[in-house]
Ligand binder design. Structure first.
Ligand SMILES: [Zn+2]
Length: 494
């Protein structure tokens, strides 16, 4: 408890905290609904575009003509889409569909122009009890569609696209389709698949049938999945989730794993227990880390060690990718093994030691200068039976990782600036503030924040009072700093 009380001692910060914490959404959550630029590596970027879509549900259902009642799903899908959008049925092509329990059926259709289907202008209809209960569509204006006769043959573009995508065309027959573009035009495209069995990539490529240029790709491979506690949740009582591809390509262009790596050892962090080589390996092929955390047994039982290493790997990487958007980049002295020639010093990914044997009821982060790895140690908390794992209380690793951020971003990467009492207090306050910013990033509400509650099984957490905008809940003011002589206490004021 001595370490614990030193590390997490008392009291508060209020105004700065509340305003900073709520000022912006986490950039990791900024997803553009229609556009996404994909960096395929080796300098190739392509744009993935989906036209804006419109989706409606109809409560008890929309009546349809009685001729629909026993019609095949193909016919009623095309009829409904063409009549609802007021387009000729020749402009709608049935793609696929299925029927469940006889009274529910689902139809999927594509827009057609000059007899050629669209890749990305589509519709879907859900029928129930002879009514339409939902309808979605992203049909586009075809007045600016390219000529439907290709001027470049598909055979002329295959080798160039294979070189660009670093794979080989597979034996699926190429097709000719339309691809709606962000500028309102529709490109005529050759469509075929390119695979590389060595690297595991598998793309569907869309090549302009008039210019021969690669316009877009569909990536069939999910890069990685992790069963973790999303960073907007604080502890396992809120439920772990299987997240797919949570990395941000702009911050981690090669994903979170090293080339051909299949464990929790990556460019931004190595998550291990005991010796650094004791990482968690994927639970199944394709970088899937699906380990179930069992709260009824201790941190070292069953799959709990793997669940903990996986969560730590995810949280530190998410902190890396998110803060990267705000400027904690290679040239600003961040923590990466490979800096991709973008400045700063490499070979300093975070070494995250979970369930570290050196202590209990605490956590710490050691920040050496840029070019030397940060060391984060997470300990087991022994307050409860069974014990609880600090790395599964997200606000703790987020707090710790923020020490790496603030120590590197003050003083030009020397990590020497936050050593005095007041500056150290600011560092503690910043760490709590960034942790709160993450765990509250799914809500616009400003509510009181208490850190470290689950590991202590105590709603009061580890500080002396909640972070709050209420001067009644938290009356600390800057003048109180003069009376304090401990960094966490000062941090609570900051
Ligand atoms: Zn701290």
């Amino acid at each position: 408890m001595v370490l614990f009380s030193r590390f997490f001692s008392s009291v508060l910060l209020a105004v700065l905290y509340a305003s900073y914490g709520k000022a912006a959404a986490r950039p990791g959550d900024v997803k553009f609904s229609t556009h996404h630029v994909r960096d395929l590596g080796n300098g190739v970027k392509v744009e993935v575009f989906h036209p804006p879509s419109n989706y409606k549900t109809f409560g008890e259902g929309l009546d349809v003509p009685s001729s629909f009642f026993d019609a095949p799903i193909e016919n009623k899908t095309v009829s409904f889409v063409s009549s609802n959008l007021n387009v000729d049925s020749a402009k709608v092509s049935f793609k696929s569909g299925f029927t469940k329990d006889n009274d529910e059926s689902f139809g999927y259709a594509e827009q057609v122009h000059d007899g050629i289907p669209f890749v990305n202008a589509v519709a879907n209809v859900a029928f129930k009890d002879n009514k339409v209960v939902a309808f979605g569509q992203s049909f586009v204006d075809t007045s600016k569609a390219a000529d439907s006769k290709p001027s470049v043959d598909v055979s002329a573009v295959i080798s160039k696209v294979e070189e660009t995508l670093q794979g080989k065309k597979n034996d699926i027959e190429p097709t000719l389709e339309y691809l709606a573009q962000p500028d309102g035009t529709a490109a005529l495209v050759h469509v075929f698949q390119v695979q590389n069995d060595d690297t595991g990539t598998w793309y569907q490529a869309y090549i302009d049938a008039h210019s021969g240029n690669l316009l877009s790709v569909t990536d069939f491979v999910a890069e990685a999945s992790y069963r973790v506690l999303p960073v907007f949740k604080m502890d396992p009582t809120e439920g772990l989730e299987l997240l797919t591809d949570p990395s941000l390509p702009s911050a981690s262009p090669n994903g979170w794993h090293l080339s051909k790596g299949k464990d929790t050892s990556g460019n931004n962090v190595i998550s291990f227990k005991g010796p650094q080589a004791n990482t968690t390996t994927e639970s199944s092929d394709g970088l899937i880390f699906d380990y179930t955390y069992d709260p009824s047994v201790g941190p070292t039982e069953g799959d709990n060690i793997d669940a903990a290493r996986t969560n730590g790997f995810y949280v530190i990487n998410t902190h890396h990718d998110t803060l990267y958007q705000y400027g904690f980049t290679e040239s600003a002295f961040n923590f990466q093994k490979d800096n991709f020639g973008k400045g700063g010093r490499g070979n300093d990914q975070v070494l995250l030691s979970i369930q570290d044997a050196a202590g209990t009821n605490n956590a710490d982060f050691a920040t050496p200068p840029d070019g030397q790895s940060g060391r984060c140690r997470m300990f087991i908390f022994t307050i409860t039976t069974p014990n609880r794992d600090g790395v599964l209380q997200n606000d703790i690793p987020l707090h710790e990782m923020t020490h790496g951020l603030t120590n590197r971003m003050t003083g030009g990467g020397t990590a020497k600036c936050l050593q005095s009492l007041e500056s150290g207090g600011m560092g503690e306050g910043w760490s709590d503030a960034v942790a709160e910013w993450f765990v509250r990033s799914d809500t616009p509400e400003i509510t009181d924040f208490v850190t470290g509650t689950w590991v202590l099984n105590n709603t009061e957490g580890v500080r002396s009072r909640p972070y709050s905008t209420s001067m009644t809940t938290n009356p600390l003011k800057y003048s109180d700093v003069a009376k304090l002589d401990e960094v966490h206490d000062i941090g609570e004021v900051s």
